[in-house]
Each structure stands twice: as structure tokens, then as C-alpha cells.
Ligand binder design. Sequence first.
Ligand code: SF4
Ligand code: ZN
Length: 334
Amino acid sequence: MRCRRCKGPAVIEVRRHNAAFCRDCFVHHVREQVRRAIEAFDMFGPRDRILVAVSGGKDSLALWDVLLDLGYDAGGLYVGLGIGAYSARSAEFVRTFAAERGAELLEVDLAEEFGFDIPTAGRKGSRSPCSVCGLSKRYVFNRAALEHGYDVIATGHNLDDEAATLLGNTLRWQTDYIARQFPVLPSEEGLLRKVKPLYRLSELETAGYAFLRGIDYVVEECPLVAGNTQLRYKEAMNHLEATSPGTKAQFFLSFLERGAPLFARQDAVDLRPCERCGQPTTGRFCAFCRARAQVLGERLGDPAAAPTDREVAANVSEEVLPAEIYGGGAEGLA
Ligand code: SF4
Ligand code: ZN
């Protein structure tokens, strides 16, 4: 196999592009894909401060690495989920990466800051661990980014993640989620812009990049991943991809081009500050504060005040709170 770009010996094959690359040209290819993604959706400019949500896994560390190499002012945010040895190891990889690159790293420990960890929340609350994990991460990302003066939040969602999420949302025709499944979510009152610069790269490509760049990352899966429904959609997409390479890219990239405009959001939601924490929400209390109160056995608000229809609906079903599943219906990604 020869490298498509320089004709030297290739070290990695990308079937979807029907191409192989040597080490340097593959790194160039990955950077190009990220650069094109940033440009296509006008994700951020050279003066913006970008906060990368890092989990210790290959995608988020690869993203941070590419952004730093492209010359962006990119810091990292690690959320301590309290998932035993898995969390401890993830944190170590993130700290080592940040120290080696001399990049700013923010850390927020859920148990220290908010009094619960994800395994406890999964046992005590009504949500699955992945659901409360995703909700907590989105909440902490937004809050920390605002507090530390960042302009935009970048997450390491790759093409596989996005295709699997789109499949799940489509199977249930969750049109509201589909409408927001875009590589850029613009800022709204109190919510920072969120971007996914890896949406053009498959999981194999980000893994290849991390390996060839010598980035150490946590390889084992989160022990709670069994409950993550997105995993099943990923497996289904992998079956299709194995027999028809390019299916994932066609499904998701064609959606962006031709499908997404058909689902563009019609209804603007009114956001107001959560009465407990001040973060934006559509009800009196944000989903995070409600989930946290449930786990800690606390009562939220004044029991004498009659709840509005919207609040009742919000308590019955979190699905009616589009602003709080800001992130497109996917459960939190490991
Ligand atoms: Fe959180 Fe991912 Fe673990 Fe689920 S699998 S609990 S979303 S880290
Ligand atoms: Zn709140």
C-alpha cells in the first residue's frame, strides 16, 4: 500500500476514502478534515477561546491536540464523574496531556462540587447513569466555560457518534432532537455555542490519529456503558459499514446537506434562569437541579406554589425540555 498523498509506504488505510496514508500524511488528513469542519460551519475564529470537553478518551484528546496544533487558544475541561478506577485513570491521562502541552486544564469534581457521583445518581435517581451523566456533563461544561471566559465549547463527537445518534433519533422520529443534531449549536441566552469539529472523522480515524501522535488515552470502556442505548445503534451502524463502507458518512453527511434543513427548528423556546442555580432553563428549575435534588433527597421550591402546566409536564417527561437536552438527544458520551 502506498500513501495517496506522497506515494511513500502507507501505515493506515481509510476504506471510506478508498485511500491509504503514511504517518505524516494521515496526520495532515485529520487536520484537514477538522479545518474543513471548522470552516464549513464557521465554528470559531482565531481569537476565540475554546474549551474542549475532555474525557480522557481518544476523541476528545485527539481534538484538543489538533486544535492546539492548528494554533487555537484551546483549554480543556475534565469532569470527575466518580466512576471508580475508570475515572481515576481517565483523569491521569488528561492531566498528563495538559502538562505535556502546557495547556490550561479545568477540573470539576461532581462529588466535591455537587454532592453526588454518577454511580450513586444511577442507583438513587430515576434516570439511567448515562442519562444523568450526560446531563451533568452538559451542565458543568456550560457553567465552567462561562465562568472562565471561554467563547465556545468543543466536544469530541465523531462521525460514528453522530451517525448512531441520528439513527436512534430517526428510529423514534424525535424531530426536535433531529432539528438540533448539527455540528454547531448557536449560543442562546446563557448557553454558550457548542461545536463538534470531529464530525467528519470516523472513530477509526481518531484512534489512528491518537496512536500515530503518541497520545495516551484511556482504552477501557466506562463500566457503566452497558446501559447506554447509543451503543446498540453504533453496533447496528458498524454492521452496515462492514458490508457497505461509507454508509455512516453518507447517512450523516447527506443528512446535514439535505435532511437537516427540513427539520429546522420552528419553535423558539423561552429560557429563563433556574431558580436554584441561575443556569438557563424553560421551567422554574433546570433539569440538573431537579436530578440533583432527587438524588440528594432534597425538596426544590415552594410546595405551596401551584406548579404551571409546563412544570408538571417537565417533571413527567424530560423530553419536553429541549433546552436541557442541549446536545441533541444523545445520552452522554463516554
Ligand atoms: Fe457517563 Fe459514558 Fe459512563 Fe454512561 S458510559 S456513565 S455516559 S461515562
Ligand atoms: Zn439549576
